[in-house]
Design a protein around this ligand. Structure first.
Ligand SMILES: Nc1nc2c(c(=O)[nH]1)N[C@H]1C(S)=C(S)[C@@H](COP(=O)(O)O)O[C@H]1N2
Ligand SMILES: [Mo]
Length: 245
């Protein structure tokens, strides 16, 4: 099937904790590669929730399904629907609040088409993302003077990310509700994920549930494991220019 996880993972040698690359595991038919005892069950529930429209949940996970690899640092992720999804903004703000999915959908939406670039090398060209500018949510919350950073938490219960306040206020940073002109699937972090267009894709936290305005940047999940906190594509993580293909 030509799954090249070996090479991809090779770039990450020396990192203390490997990814659970679900697609690679499926493609190779080698569940034993991932050692978590609960993985089989995790995979099943992950697949069951993989897509709203595809009852098998499998098409989104097949190789060449747009070139994406599917990552989760947990073996299963609870499913959130339009009825149960909530996004909370709190921390150093004057007006903390919790949004429903309908409330996020009712705000002005921004659509951007950029290349997705994972730090391990794979890239998906010209991928449309659409959602609410993070700056809009921050402005609505009223960020306090002493704030300097934003921390993101996820309903997988494990993944975290962070941005400086200046980065978070960029126009190309979204709380994304749609990808490739469809509602974000569970596998891709739906109903809502962070989308940080100018940075490597690990900044784009899936299954976003919390936005906390803080004083200082706190390194995220992969950043505690060696990735750069400032993850500009082509200018971080040992890269000094843009990939050409
Ligand atoms: N919650 C969560 N978000 C995450 C990750 C993850 O494991 N958990 N992996 C990151 C990495 S390293 C990448 S490359 C992308 C993968 O997104 P995809 O699964 O939609 O391709 O999600 C990022 N966001
Ligand atoms: Mo990644």
């Amino acid at each position: 099937m030509g799954v090249d996880q070996g090479g991809v993972e090779g770039e990450e040698k020396g990192r203390p904790i490997g990814r659970r690359v679900l697609l690679g595991t499926l493609g190779l038919g080698a569940l034993g590669v991932v050692t978590a005892p609960t993985l089989q069950r995790g995979l099943e529930s992950f697949l069951a929730g993989a897509s709203d429209k595809d009852p098998t949940g499998l098409t989104d996970l097949l190789p060449n399904g747009g070139g994406f690899r599917y990552y989760s640092v947990t073996s299963s992720v609870p499913r959130r629907t339009a009825a149960t999804y909530r996004l909370t903004i709190d921390g150093l703000v004057d007006r903390p609040r919790t949004y429903t999915l309908a409330e996020l959908r009712a705000l002005p939406q921004t659509r951007m088409v950029r290349d997705v670039q994972c730090v391990t090398g794979w890239r998906v060209p010209e991928t449309p993302f659409e959602g609410v500018r993070l700056s809009r949510l921050l402005d609505a919350a009223g960020v306090r003077q002493e704030a300097g950073a934003v921390r993101f938490t996820c309903f997988d219960g494990a993944y975290t990310e962070s941005l400086t306040l200046d980065q978070a206020r960029r126009a190309d940073v979204l709380v994304a509700l749609r990808m490739r002109d469809k509602d974000l699937s569970h596998a891709h972090g739906g109903p809502a994920r962070l989308y940080v267009a100018p940075m490597y894709f690990y900044k784009s936290a899936k299954w976003l549930s919390g936005i906390t305005v803080t004083k200082d940047v706190r390194p995220g999940y992969w950043e505690e494991r060696g990735y750069d906190i400032d993850a500009w594509v082509g200018r971080s993580n040992g890269r000094d220019d843009e990939p050409t293909s």
